[in-house]
Design a protein around this ligand. Structure first.
Ligand code: PPE
Length: 314
């Protein structure tokens, strides 16, 4: 996985050695999925490492905690500074960032209230999520036999560890059947998302993506792609997508922090479009990667540079 070069993690306000970043087995989150988290990427640019949409990820983390009645014991500014500190302490020029706020060690039993809210931030080098070729070649996926959690069961707008029980069922089923990923339908049978990605379809030059009511995570990459696409002159709509519309789309792609923009070339062994990355997907990828890698102007102010002179606490 590439944890070998991770030197430090941030835990509850201080940087600790990788080997010391441990929790007790009686920690509440292990038993009851009482954690909220983020996945963020830091990209290498000519002007040094830069974190992609740190403000939006921070906001979503605090929103997830709010939904679960968790008080994160750090301000948003302290949290953001901690993310930058952690990257710097590891001397990474590019990495994946995993913050997690969770109910800690105090007592067991479903009631989480007696447990403290602990926070850690880990970083590591994470390459291409769905394989090294995926971003150019596209991936072969299936529609899952599992359904995404229904509204008013597990809130999809909260990125909680508990939601990933459903994601794991989707992912494992896809993998054992020889697919890279599964697309999961919502409780009404409409397209929701991938186990760890949002999804877009392209038909007649127009983009469609499921609305937030379809039990999707409000993806930061989803929002970025909507913004970039509109800026480039494409029409984008949030709309319910019936399963069969996937098969007759010109292009389908996943978006996510880990997956970035990954084309889908077949679904349930049905070829999508030409069976390879489509031109709209490629155009969006080109713009997205140019922004995150800092080779064109950061016109939406999405990058936070990692300052070279932050004093790392230890
Ligand atoms: N839906 C789900 C279920 C999801 O997990 C992610 C991110 C997204 C959509 C896209 O959201 P965003 O990253 O904000 O664009 N999945 C994260 C975790 C993947 C993992 O295996 O862990 C990620 O991409 O970081």
């Amino acid at each position: 996985m590439g944890f070998e070069d991770v030197k430090k993690l941030w835990m509850n306000g201080r940087l600790v050695d990788f080997a010391d970043a441990k929790v007790h087995v009686f920690t509440h989150v292990i038993h009851y999925g009482s954690g909220v988290f983020e996945g963020i990427r830091c990209y290498k640019t000519a002007r040094g490492p830069a974190v992609f949409r740190l403000n939006e990820h921070t906001e979503r983390l605090y929103n997830s905690a709010h939904i679960y009645r968790m008080e994160i014991p750090f301000t948003r500014d302290e949290f953001k500074a901690a993310v930058l500190d952690t990257i710097r302490a590891n001397e990474f020029d590019a990495c994946y960032i995993r913050p997690l706020a969770y109910r800690g060690f105090q007592s067991l039993g479903v009631n989480p209230f007696p447990c403290p809210v602990d926070v850690f931030i880990g970083v590591w080098k994470w390459g291409k999520y769905l394989g090294p070729e995926a971003v150019e070649q596209g991936v072969d996926v299936c529609v899952s036999s599992w359904t995404r959690m229904a509204p008013n069961t597990f809130p999809a707008m909260a990125k909680t560890t508990a939601n990933y029980a459903n994601s794991q069922l989707v992912k494992m089923e896809a993998l054992v059947n020889g697919y890279s990923e599964g697309i999961v339908l919502d409780v009404d049978g409409y397209v929701s998302e991938g186990s760890g990605e949002n999804i877009f379809i392209v038909r007649g030059g127009k983009l469609l993506t499921p609305p937030l009511g379809a039990s999707v995570l409000p993806g930061v990459t989803r929002d970025s792609v909507i913004t970039i696409a509109r800026d480039l002159g494409y029409e984008v709509q949030e709309a319910s997508i019936p399963r069969e519309m996937l098969y007759i789309s010109d292009e389908v792609f996943f978006t996510g922090t880990a997956a970035e923009i990954t084309p889908i070339r077949s679904i349930d062994k049905i070829k999508i479009g030409e069976g390879k990355r489509g031109s709209v997907t490629e155009r969006l990828q080109k713009e997205f990667f140019a922004i995150v890698n800092g080779t064109i102007e950061d016109r939406f102010a999405w990058l936070t540079p990692v300052p070279v002179s932050v004093a790392a606490k230890s």
